[in-house]
Design a protein around this ligand. Structure first.
Ligand code: PEP
Ligand code: MN
Length: 340
């Protein structure tokens, strides 16, 4: 349920409504600094719904009380009809610009990361991606450089000005990762790691939440709800391919997820064509499809020497190919009234 206060409502009236929500056993929620005049009532409303609507409708300063039928409340477009724009430095995700985050799968060493950062920036990427903590299927595979990798990412940001997106895998590492990163990535395998979602929800860092390999769109939104309900509304969703019976590609891009998510939520939606396809040859086509379908951004793996990459070489674009793709994407963006 949401309570929309009258534009002229006083602070005292807003406080009275907030206190009343808590008094009857629910959790009042306002987006700090953004919309004190829209108060969400969180908790299981069950059978008391109709009574509660009447109860709050009668309070001073209340303009309207609406029930949100979606299971996700704070992530719902019913709660927030306008699309959310999430700012990372001077980059706005969810606005007219289609934002591309690019970089290596893993941070391997300083020279590699800095070279790639310069190349993707020159091609028009607005964020640098790169993993320091890597969730690998095999425990014998390269696990990432950890804090050393984070320091390299910070150096690459210093040199290029590109904000950094990097994964955090464990609740105990959130404080460390956020010292270096601009956006905290939650990987596909952790989409339903609720303690981790709550922990990043308690920070003010933007969160890039990747869809689980075997998760429904609805589950992705419920995971976003975990982050937002802790007080962090800066969530960016990312479709990254799901597991299906098809094995010609690493995963199957659920392109439908883009219009469905844009319909159901106000949160920005990105797509990762690299993990979705697992093959650099298909990354361009799927990127273009995503922009045409309304994605707010892309997360693309780029490597200067894919053959020797420590992870995900086969799906990484070389910088020159990435630059060509960026110019093609600019034309697609323009055709759908966006820009790159
Ligand atoms: C990544 O983007 O580095 C990554 C590991 O992706 P995913 O969690 O989608 O597999
Ligand atoms: Mn990867």
């Amino acid at each position: 349920m949401i309570i929309i206060m009258d534009p002229q409502a006083t602070e005292a009236e807003i406080d009275a409504v907030t206190e009343e929500i808590a008094r009857i056993g629910f959790r009042p929620f306002t987006n700090p600094g953004v919309e004190r005049k829209v108060i969400a009532v969180l908790g299981e409303l069950d059978v008391r719904k109709a009574d509660l609507v009447e109860h709050f409708q009668a309070m001073a300063g209340v303009a309207r009380v609406d029930l949100i039928s979606d299971l996700w409340k704070l992530a719902s477009r019913q709660y927030h009809p306008e699309g959310s724009v999430i700012r990372v430095g001077d980059v706005a995700i969810g606005g007219r610009e289609v934002v591309v985050a690019a970089g290596p799968c893993s941070v391997e060493n300083e020279a590699q990361t800095i070279e790639i950062a310069h190349r993707v920036k020159a091609a028009g990427a607005r964020l640098l991606r790169g993993g320091a903590f890597k969730p690998r299927t095999s425990p014998y595979s390269f696990q990432g450089l950890g804090e050393k990798g984070l320091r390299i990412l910070a150096k690459a940001r210093e040199e290029t000005g590109l904000p950094v997106v990097t994964e955090v895998m464990d609740t105990h590492e959130v404080d460390l990762v956020r010292k270096y990163a601009d956006v905290l990535q939650i990987g596909t395998r952790n989409m339903q790691n609720y303690p981790l979602l709550k922990k990043v929800g308690s920070t003010s860092h933007p969160v890039l939440l990747k869809r689980g390999l075997g998760s429904k769109i609805k589950d992705l939104l419920m995971s976003a709800e975990y982050v937002i309900s802790e007080g962090n509304h800066r969530v960016i969703l990312c479709e990254r391919g799901i597991t299906t019976f098809e094995d010609s590609t690493r995963h199957t891009t659920d392109i439908n997820a883009i219009p469905v998510l844009k319909h159901w939520t106000h949160l920005p939606v990105m797509l990762d064509p690299s993990h979705a396809t697992g093959n650099w040859q298909y990354v361009g086509a799927v990127s273009k499809a995503a922009v045409a379908a309304g994605a707010d951004g892309l997360l693309i793996e780029v490597h200067n020497d894919p053959q020797h990459a420590l992870s995900d070489g086969p799906q990484s674009l070389r910088p020159d190919k990435f630059a060509v793709l960026m110019s093609e994407l600019a034309r697609i963006a323009e055709a759908v009234d966006r820009r790159l």
